[in-house]
Design a protein around this ligand. Structure first.
Ligand SMILES: Cc1cc2nc3c(=O)[nH]c(=O)nc-3n(C[C@H](O)[C@H](O)[C@H](O)COP(=O)(O)OP(=O)(O)OC[C@H]3O[C@@H](n4cnc5c(N)ncnc54)[C@H](O)[C@@H]3O)c2cc1C
Length: 474
């Protein structure tokens, strides 16, 4: 039997999404010997069509479909590739909301935190990740949604993206982690090992001394290190820590933004998949509720036509008249992440409560209202058996279906499984992400956000990770 492969580093960063990439960049730039271990593979930007089978197989955990258990089934989505979910997401950027950060500082007792503390990190992220507006018109779907919202008196805006326009390509280029912080980290000496899944951390007393991982062929790999920063994303970070025997306060307070998505049919062209996700969002009901546009590739459209009666092929033949739209809310309920003996995957339980479902029902009603106001002639209902909504008269049935928990609910924004804050408030991580009860383990990803920020969270995650990593430099 051959000996297990062995890797050594001063700092082990587990996961290469926004949290891990930023951590690796700051620590490597500060002169630390950093090893990033990533379970997924490296798939360059543009190598796969978004939402195609190949894309979902190579970049999404479980092919993109992981159910959270509970009375209302919620399907949540995680990235699993070098760069994490930044490689598969819509790349929409929303600046962290200063009043929300200030409120978190107060509610969770987070020292040295808040809008003014994070301001310089936010500024740096916007510059380093080329946050920018789509040049010129934001596209047909955005314009239609904006016109529909305006006719109802609802404010809407084109949001910025992590996207670079340097004149070489009029459509610009996504600025995910493989285009920004990961190359910067490797330029400063960090190493990235893809295709390695960390199973658990190894401890000597209260000190982590390394981790055990498996490679793509299931072979054991041992990693020795002096410090560990866990950045596997909200679900996986909690799973890794719990599997390693560190369970206190971990995975008990998962927060998410449940959403429903619908396909809508228009008389004329609405869909331009080549420009990426249409950027218009309705501001009027933020942060508790966001309405906007989703990816329009054929593969994604097909997903949301499942509930459409009749000939889907005929509909898809005229795909340019179809768009996908979403309504997303801030759920008040909290879920749990658990490791089950003998199972490799996390067991996630999330119980959307009555108030959350009512808010989601209202959001669905508003989405349908603005789509009809934008010129939609039919909407495919996400409530099984409802078929098409053809006019405003059908909207109450949609709302009732969502409220009853019958609609297909998904979640792409997950946080808060290892909230940072004070011991008195029961937070398992301190104000900078260091785990209580351990000497040398930090968390630095979406898990730390003590609550859902309501907005697209990647900008908030990056800014907080930058602040914390600077603190780790000492
Ligand atoms: C479909 C989708 C669309 C989204 N759209 C937007 C958007 O437009 N704007 C926005 O701001 N946010 C968006 N988000 C949310 C945003 O992408 C996430 O909040 C963010 O990526 C979370 O960063 P993270 O570092 O916490 O974790 P992740 O991005 O999840 O990265 C964690 C990484 O760790 C790796 N990992 C996990 N476990 C292990 C292990 N045991 N060993 C080794 N590696 C491991 C994973 O494979 C993964 O690559 C979207 C998310 C999704 C899924």
């Amino acid at each position: 039997m051959s000996a297990a492969r062995r890797l050594d580093a001063k700092v082990l960063v587990i996961g290469s999404g926004p949290g891990g990439a930023m951590t690796a960049h700051v620590l490597a730039q500060g002169g630390h010997d950093v090893l990033v271990v990533e379970e997924g593979e490296h798939v360059p930007v543009g190598a796969t069509e978004p939402y195609s089978l190949e894309d979902m197989d190579r970049k999404w955990r479980n092919g993109g479909l992981t159910p959270a258990f509970g009375p209302v089934k919620v399907t949540y989505v995680e990235g699993k590739c070098v760069g994490g979910a930044s490689e598969i997401n819509a790349a929409l950027y929303h600046p962290p909301v200063p009043s929300v950060l200030d409120q978190w500082a107060k509610d969770y007792g987070i020292a040295d935190f808040g809008g003014s503390v994070l301001a310089r990190h936010i500024e740096a992220v916007e510059k380093e990740a080329s946050v920018s507006h789509f040049p010129g018109s934001p596209g047909i779907a955005s314009e239609r949604l904006a016109a529909g919202a305006a006719s109802l008196g609802w404010k809407s805006v084109p949001v910025q993206r992590f996207w670079k326009y340097d004149g070489t390509n009029p459509l610009g280029r996504r600025q995910s982690m493989t285009e920004t912080y990961l190359p910067r980290a490797t330029a400063s000496g960090a190493r990235i090992e893809s295709g390695l899944k960390v199973k658990k951390l190894l401890f000597k007393g209260r000190r982590a001394v390394g981790a055990v991982a498996t490679d793509r062929d299931g072979r054991r790999v041992e990693i020795r290190c002096e410090r560990v920063v866990v950045c596997g994303g909200a679900v996986q970070t909690a799973l890794i820590l719990r599997r390693s025997g560190h369970t206190r306060g971990i995975g008990d307070t998962l927060s998410m933004n449940p959403m429903i998505r619908v396909a809508a049919e228009f008389d004329e062209r609405i869909n331009e998949p080549e420009v990426g996700v249409p950027v218009q969002q309705i501001e009027a009901f933020k942060p508790s509720m966001t309405l906007g546009c989703s990816n329009g590739t054929l593969a994604h459209l097909a997903l949301w036509l499942v509930g459409a009666p009749g000939n889907r092929e005929e509909m898809l033949a005229e795909w340019w008249r179809l768009g996908v739209f979403y309504a997303k809310v801030m759920a008040k309920a909290r879920g749990t992440v658990r490791n089950l003996p003998g199972f490799d995957e996390a067991f996630v339980y999330f119980k959307l409560d009555k108030a959350d479902l009512e808010l989601l029902g209202l959001a669905a009603e508003r989405l349908a209202t603005v789509l009809f106001a934008s010129g939609a002639r039919a909407i495919v209902s996400p409530v099984p058996g409802q078929g098409y909504l053809r006019s405003k008269a059908d909207i109450p049935a949609l709302r009732a279906g969502v409220t009853a928990g019958k609609a297909q609910v998904t979640a792409i924004h997950l946080h808060s499984t290892v909230p940072m804050g004070s011991e008195q408030r029961g937070c398992p991580a301190d104000a900078y992400g260091k785990l209580r009860g351990l000497e040398n383990v930090w968390v630095n990803d979406a898990s730390l956000l003590p609550d859902t920020p309501g907005i697209n969270p990647q900008g908030t995650i990056l800014a907080i990770a930058r602040r914390n990593a600077e603190k780790m430099l000492g």
